[in-house]
Design a protein around this ligand. Structure first.
Ligand code: ADP
Ligand code: MG
Length: 476
């Protein structure tokens, strides 16, 4: 590979690495090979058509920015796709596809959520002189809609409040609306959905989404450039301000002061404020009391970890939207195995699709298990009680509801005891937690179940064979 091509691509990769998760980088960018550079056009070789489509769909904004940065405005990108089913030929047969420009919203200077940090070629919008309201780009992600946001018990209140706000921004008692939860549970998605819905209902309203760390950095720049007033005026212009991850303002007193001022101005003028944080307001550390007390004026609603049905529904929606088909048992396996973070669950799904595309293998439950195991090791995850119950119920052909019920039918009692035995062995859950998952039993019942299973394994060969076979299934 010519040196300048290699250097160019490495520069590109280093920017990309800062803007995508390590998992995505490994999956989507490491397999790319730079082929050549000629006539201001960089040609990248990608492993498959699917791969090309995925890049175009998900990373084109980033790629364009990187090309712009490294090659200037004349820079172009072209893909060379290794055609599938062509393993015999020694040279890859390649088709060339110039990068498309199908989405007009890919204006590189404003599209979200890529933040090139200190890249000065991206102007801060608030220092454009004579700025009129209409020109403010909302920074909303078009696919983070209400439609794509699956409803469940875990998010009902926050979702309903958000929906109400989108019908009447600034006019409900949910001002500010603060959505809080642990990471990966849908805060960013939900507040984008509110913004998108407001734009739909009120096209003339100015909606602005900004992550709190970006807000803080913009403020620092404004101080440096002596343009604090422009900064404040800019934010006071909007009708709907969406500030994501306000816990990132912790300890930043000056930024909190300026946000306080903007908050008051917007609130007094019946403009809508939407916020997210990783904790409820009372637990936010390093935030000024007067700000925290303002947050109490509106509504704080949390997002909980979604229950199994919702997790399955989220995966199914995603698969459907991406036009992919996946066997039901694979979807269920993903939803059973990854329980506490939707982003991780989606990450596993994407890796699975990529794996199968790269290796040209069908997506089967075995592939899913192997792949998730890798994920699991990375994330130090454990087998869940839910999953154990499912395997045991499938094996004995029992509905899972029976296992979770209080019924004392003999065949259910035995299956339940086996599930408790494995849950004790393979999860870190307490005996009480295991019991509560298995028909509301107490810890003594779980202990008794484990003893019974151990005894039976010693005395009953057939029983032992069942348990050993099940053990294999759980451990695949
Ligand atoms: P957070 O901001 O709380 O860290 P995100 O909003 O970034 O979480 O959500 C992580 C991922 O999970 C996103 O891809 C999002 O689309 C998806 N997600 C979260 N909740 C839902 C839901 N209820 N329905 C569909 N997708 C969801
Ligand atoms: Mg977020």
């Amino acid at each position: 590979m010519p040196k300048d091509l290699q250097v160019l691509w490495e520069n590109c990769l280093s920017v990309i690495r800062d803007n995508v998760s390590p998992q995505s980088f490994k999956t989507w960018f490491e397999p790319i090979k730079p082929l050549k550079i000629a006539d201001n056009t960089l040609t990248l070789q990608v492993p498959s058509q699917f791969f090309f489509e995925w890049l175009e769909e998900h990373y084109i904004t980033l790629l364009k920015k990187v090309i712009l940065k490294e090659m200037g405005p004349e820079g172009k990108l072209e893909y060379s796709i290794i055609m599938e089913n062509n393993f015999n030929s020694s040279k890859p047969y390649a088709v060339k596809v110039p990068t498309t420009n199908k989405k007009e919203l890919l204006n590189p200077s404003v599209h979200m959520p890529i933040d090139l940090g200190k890249n000065k070629s991206i102007p801060n919008p608030f220092i454009i002189p004579g700025l009129k309201k209409i020109n403010i780009e909302s920074n909303l992600m078009p696919n983070y809609t209400f439609e794509n946001f699956v409803e469940g018990d875990c998010n009902r209140l926050a979702r309903a409040a958000g929906y109400a706000v989108s019908k009447n921004p600034g006019g409900t008692s949910f001002n500010p609306l603060l959505v809080y939860s642990a990471t990966g549970l849908g805060k960013t998605h939900l507040i984008h959905a509110i913004g998108i819905e407001i734009k739909k209902n009120f096209p003339n309203k100015t909606v602005l989404y900004v992550p709190a760390d970006r807000f803080a950095n913009q403020f620092i720049d404004a101080v440096k450039n002596n343009s604090q007033n422009d900064f404040i005026n800019f934010y006071q212009l909007v009708d709907v301000l969406i500030l994501d991850d306000i816990h990132l303002l912790a300890g930043k007193e000056k930024t909190q002061d300026v946000f306080f001022q903007i908050f008051n101005h917007l609130h007094q003028n019946a403009k809508q404020i939407i916020l997210t944080s990783d904790k409820p307001p009372v637990e936010l550390q390093g935030m000024e009391q007067r700000l925290l007390s303002r947050f109490k004026w509106g509504l704080s609603a949390d997002l909980q970890v979604p229950e199994l049905e919702t997790r399955i529904a989220i995966l199914e929606k995603k698969i459907y939207n991406d036009g992919i088909e996946l066997p039901k048992d694979v979807v269920e396996y993903l939803a059973y195995s990854i329980t506490t973070n939707i982003r991780e669950m989606e990450g596993a799904l994407i890796s699975l699709i990529a794996q199968s595309s790269l290796n040209k293998k069908e997506i089967t439950i075995d592939l899913a298990k192997r792949m998730i195991d890798k994920f699991v090791k990375n994330n130090a995850r454990e087998v869940s009680i839910d999953y154990i119950q499912k395997v045991v119920c499938d094996y004995f052909d029992l509905p899972i509801e029976l296992m979770k019920s209080k019924t004392r039918k003999r065949e259910v009692v035995q299956a339940r005891q086996i599930a408790m035995f494995f849950a004790k062995q393979y999860t870190k859950s307490s005996l009480a937690t295991i019991g509560s998952h298995c028909g509301g039993k107490d810890h003594a019942t779980v202990l008794h179940a484990c003893k019974t299973v151990n005894n039976l394994m010693e005395t009953d060969k057939r029983f032992r064979a069942y348990v050993e076979e099940l053990e294999k299934k759980i451990n695949i």
